[in-house]
Design a protein around this ligand. Structure first.
Ligand code: TNX
Length: 529
C-alpha cells in the first residue's frame, strides 16, 4: 500500500516498489548529472533540496560519491517518469523535461520534511530509501485558479503558491486578473485600468452572511515585468499560466477606469467607482465596435506577456437587464440579426474566440459561454475550451459538441467554500466542501465515458475566489490541504482510497507543508483566528 512504507507520496504514484538494502546517501559528495534537456530541473534540484551538490558536478564517475542522474527516455509518456533509487545512484528518467521535473518532485518527497524548508542545517545528509517508481499523470490539465481581483495577492504570494502547485504536480495556474472589484494587470495603452481600476475605497472581508466591514483601501496590481517574472517562474516549474480577462460582465473596475466601456445611454458610468460590494455588478461592457477594439488592444498586451496557448475571457454571470434597456445594445442585436441578449453575449464570445484563434491561441470561458446559442450556427472554433463550474453538465454538453473541457464544479472544487459545517469556521461561505468531497470527485461524467468522449475532459482545477480571503494566511487556510486531494484526483485519477490518502497526508504530507510554512487548515478543526 502506498501509505504504509517509507515511500509516502502525495499525489500517489502509479507503481511503487520499495527495495531492501542500505539507503542512498545524498551528501555534499553527491554529483548531479543532467543531460541538456534536464538542465532546468538540475537547477531546481540545486536550489530546492537544501543540500548542495558536489562542486564541478556534471561528470559521472568523477569521484567516489553517489550520483543523481537526470535523463530523457522517449519511450515514456508525456510528463511521465521513472525513478530508480539504489544505494549508489538515483536515476530519474522522464518522457520529457516535465516528466523529469515531476520525478524530481517525487524525489524530494522521498527526503525528510526538512527538505521542504528554504534553508537547511549545514553538514546534514539525506537518506533516500531504495525504490523503483513508475508514474504518469491521469490528466494533462491539473490546475488551480486564484482570484487576485477581489483581494490582491502580492507577487511574492503568487510565487510561493506556484512552488506549492509544483510540489503537488499541478501544471496550470489560472490567474483571475480582473473583476468588478479590481483590475490587476498593467496595460500600457490604458494606464487608468490600474491607475483607477486597481483600487477600491473600502470593502467587506466577509460575505453577506457575516459582513465584516473594513474601511481600508484595498488594491494593488502587477506590472508587466512582474507578470513576466511570474510566467518565467511558473515555466521553470512546468506550469502554464492561463490569464483571465473577464468580459462582458464582472467588468465594473474597467468601466470605472474608462466610463465609455459601459452602457452610457442607460447609466451614468462616469459616476461608477470600482465595485465595493460582493456579488455580481449589473454593469456590462457595451457591445460596440470601440469596446471590441479596446479589448483587442488589451489582449494584444496580454498575449505579449503570457505565452499560454489558452487565454480565458471569463463570460460568467452576466445579468442582461442593462443591455435590455440600452438602445446601443438593441441596435447591435438588430444589426447582427440576433434573437436576444444572451445571443448578443454569444456573439461577443465568438468575436474573441476567432480573434484569439487567428493568433494561434485557444479561448477558454466559463460554461455560460455556451448560453445564447453559442454552439449553433457559426459556433465556436474547435479549439475553444469550457471551464465547467455550474456542475459538470455544461462541460459534458461542450464535450459532446466536440470541445475540450476543464471540470471545476462549484460544489466539489471551490476552495472558497467552508471545509466543515462547524459554526467556528472562519469563512462561512456557501455549501460545505470537505476534504473528502474533493477527494471523491470524479472528473469524467458517466454520460461522457459511456459515449467514448471522456478524452475531451482535459482535466480539473480548484478555484479559489477571494471575497472572504484578504490575506495569504486566509488563502492558505482555504486552499490547503484540500489542494492535495485535488492534486491526487488530477494526477492519480479518481477512485483512490480516502483512508490511505489521509494516512499519507497526516503521516508525511502535512509535515512537508509545515516545513514549507503553509498555514493549512488542521484536520481536527479551525484555527483560532
Ligand atoms: C461565482 S464561479 C463566480 C465568482 C464568485 C464565486 C463565489 C464563477 C465563474 N463566478 O465570481 O467569486 O461564485 O464562490
Amino acid at each position: 500500500m502506498p501509505g504504509t512504507g517509507l515511500v509516502s507520496l502525495v499525489p500517489r504514484a502509479r507503481e511503487v516498489q520499495e527495495a531492501d538494502g542500505p539507503p542512498f546517501v545524498w551528501d555534499t559528495d553527491t554529483a548531479l548529472v543532467a543531460e541538456p534537456a534536464a538542465h532546468g530541473v538540475a537547477r531546481w534540484l540545486r536550489g530546492h533540496t537544501v543540500l548542495p551538490f558536489r562542486e564541478g558536478d556534471g561528470v559521472a564517475g568523477a569521484g567516489a560519491g553517489t550520483t543523481v542522474e537526470l535523463r530523457i527516455d522517449d519511450g515514456l509518456d508525456a510528463e511521465g517518469y521513472r525513478l530508480d533509487v539504489t544505494p549508489t545512484r538515483v536515476l530519474i528518467e522522464g518522457g520529457d523535461a516535465a516528466g523529469i521535473f515531476w520525478g524530481a518532485q517525487t524525489l524530494r518527497q522521498l527526503l525528510p520534511p526538512a527538505a521542504f524548508r528554504r534553508a537547511g542545517r549545514p553538514g546534514r545528509e539525506w537518506h533516500v530509501p531504495c525504490c523503483h517508481i513508475e508514474d504518469a499523470p491521469r490528466f494533462g490539465w491539473r490546475g488551480m485558479m486564484l482570484d487576485v481581483a477581489r483581494h490582491f495577492t502580492p507577487k511574492d504570494g503568487v510565487l510561493r503558491l506556484l512552488d506549492q502547485l509544483a510540489a503537488h504536480k499541478l501544471n496550470v495556474f489560472h490567474f483571475h486578473l480582473t473583476d468588478d472589484q479590481g483590475w490587476r494587470m498593467d496595460i500600457r495603452r490604458y494606464p487608468q485600468l490600474t491607475g483607477a481600476g486597481a483600487w477600491r475605497p473600502r470593502t467587506r472581508v466577509g460575505h453577506r452572511a457575516s459582513p465584516l466591514w473594513d474601511e481600508r483601501r484595498h488594491g494593488g496590481y502587477y506590472t508587466q515585468d512582474d507578470l513576466r517574472e511570474i510566467v518565467a517562474y511558473a515555466a521553470e516549474r512546468h506550469i502554464t499560466v492561463v490569464p483571465e480577462i473577464e468580459l462582458p460582465g464582472h467588468s465594473q473596475a474597467a468601466i470605472a477606469a474608462y466610463p465609455d466601456l459601459g452602457s452610457t445611454d442607460v447609466v451614468d458610468t462616469a459616476a461608477l467607482g470600482v465595485w465595493t460590494d460582493w456579488g455580481v455588478s449589473p454593469h456590462l461592457l457595451a457591445p460596440t465596435d470601440d469596446v471590441l477594439r479596446f479589448y483587442e488592444h488589451v489582449l494584444d498586451e496580454v498575449l505579449d506577456v503570457f505565452p499560454s496557448p489558452y487565454i480565458h475571457i471569463g463570460g460568467d454571470e452576466t445579468p442582461k437587464e442593462e443591455w435590455r434597456a440600452s438602445a446601443v445594445a438593441q441596435a447591435r442585436i438588430a444589426q447582427e440579426g440576433l434573437r436576444d441578449e444572451d445571443a448578443l453575449q454569444a456573439w461577443m464570445v465568438r468575436h474573441f474566440d476567432r480573434w484569439l484563434a487567428a493568433r494561434g491561441r485557444r479561448l477558454v470561458g466559463w460554461d455560460e459561454i455556451l448560453d445564447g446559442g453559442t454552439l449553433e450556427g457559426p459556433g465556436l472554433t474547435p479549439g475553444a475550451v469550457v471551464s465547467s463550474w455550474r456542475g459538470t453538465d455544461g462541460g459534458a454538453a461542450a464535450a459532446e459538441a466536440g470541445h475540450d473541457v476543464v471540470m471545476c464544479p462549484e460544489h466539489e472544487l471551490y476552495l472558497d467554500r467552508r471545509q466543515a459545517p462547524g459554526p467556528d469556521e472562519p469563512v462561512p461561505l456557501g455549501r460545505v466542501a470537505t476534504l473528502r468531497d474533493v477527494y471523491a470527485f470524479s472528473p469524467v461524467p458517466q454520460r461522457l465515458a459511456a459515449a467514448g468522449r471522456g478524452e475531451r475532459v482535459l482535466g480539473i482545477q480548484a478555484n479559489m475566489w477571494t471575497e472572504c480571503a484578504e490575506s495569504t494566511q486566509r488563502v492558505d487556510y482555504q486552499v490547503f490541504p484540500r489542494l492535495a486531494a485535488l492534486a491526487e484526483v488530477a494526477w492519480s485519477g479518481s477512485g483512490g482510497s480516502y483512508d490511505d490518502f489521509v494516512e499519507r497526508l497526516v503521516g508525511a504530507h502535512l509535515p512537508r507543508l509545515d516545513a514549507a510554512g503553509v498555514e493549512y487548515r488542521p484536520l481536527d478543526g479551525p484555527r483560532p483566528w
